[in-house]
Design a protein around this ligand. Sequence first.
Ligand code: CTP
Length: 401
Amino acid sequence: MTYLNGKTILLGVTGGIAVYKSVELLRLLTKAGANVHVVMTKAATEFVTPLTFQTLSCNPVHTELFNLIQEQEIGHISLADRAEIVLIAPATANIIGKIAGGIADDLLTTTIMATKAPVLIAPAMNVNMYQNPIYKENEARLRELGYHFVDAETGSLACGWEGNGRLAKPERIFDRASALLAPSDLKGETILITAGPTREELDPVRYISNHSSGKMGYALAKTARDRGARVILVSGPTCLEPPLGIELINVESACQMRDAVFSMVESCTVIIKAAAVADYRPALRSNEKIKKRGKNLTLELEKNPDILTELGQMKKPPLLIGFAAETNDLQTNATAKLTAKNLDMIVANDINQEGAGFNTSTNIARLLYRNGTVEPLELMSKTRLADIILDRAGALLKDKR
Ligand code: CTP
């Protein structure tokens, strides 16, 4: 979920080779429905022309402090007041030093000093500058004062050096900005989310698994974190980058997932089981690679623990939300699982529907509640769905207490 839709954002651009990446950031912001006003320092305009930013933001770009026409239309104080968040990307050592030192000698520094909005700084500079104790002190001072930072990344730098100092990826800056604008309505909650498939090993090279990508569970983890919850993500093997600022427990098999969930259950107020858990595992796991022999091979499988059912049998379970991905009789099957597993809510989806299957970024879900209510939802991104699930979890928690 992005919380940037409809928000007024001030994007400060300072002079560095990474300015071109801030064009990409601007595109992400406008695509998310934000109204972006760009302020460029003089040095920034040497790298990319204001026209590029103006065209993409559909707003005039501000470059000078004492421009009479601009000042009349939208002066620096007005910019500072209107912004709901200020982003500085890329931020040079110079601008960071100036902010830390209380210097306000151009439009950007003046605006930053005058704003009451959160300020998110994405530094980009040479590795030695980034490690310079003067820079470090300035950054630490600003952090202490409540300014937010997206750390620079490691890689090859424009100056020819390898190291830390590359501007964070535009997606990371975007995500942080969105998180800063999220409501913190889940503060105080501990939400455990399971995600991805499980793998049940047959031998050292083979396993039984399924097509789950983990996208739904990861979207839930990110959104819950953004909304202030403590998040424990118990994840089967996926290709996804784990969100920062959460507790990640990596598992492979259903039994490992069960152990991980039950080791944390006491501290949880909500458990959301988005993982596609394998129902069966090989009865015997061979320590050696199974050799090809006869014409047919019969595998004997034994039942895995049903984690959600066990949670539902607890004396005082946390709020329990399950998933049901079905190919047929969606409503009947999902209702049966809701009851049998003693859940507060189940997210049901028909994986045969276009846009609702495994490995997609979208879903068409139906939310079923303990009291028999059914809430059908339209096709939407998994991040939007995550937000709705968490809205409902919040409401159910209120009812429960
Ligand atoms: N689940 C679980 N442990 C299992 C199997 C499923 O915790 N061993 C959870 C899933 O994470 C999901 C819900 O139960 O939230 C429903 O999973 P699903 O596989 O659809 O249901 P099953 O009970 O396994 O029924 P079936 O496979 O027969 O449809």
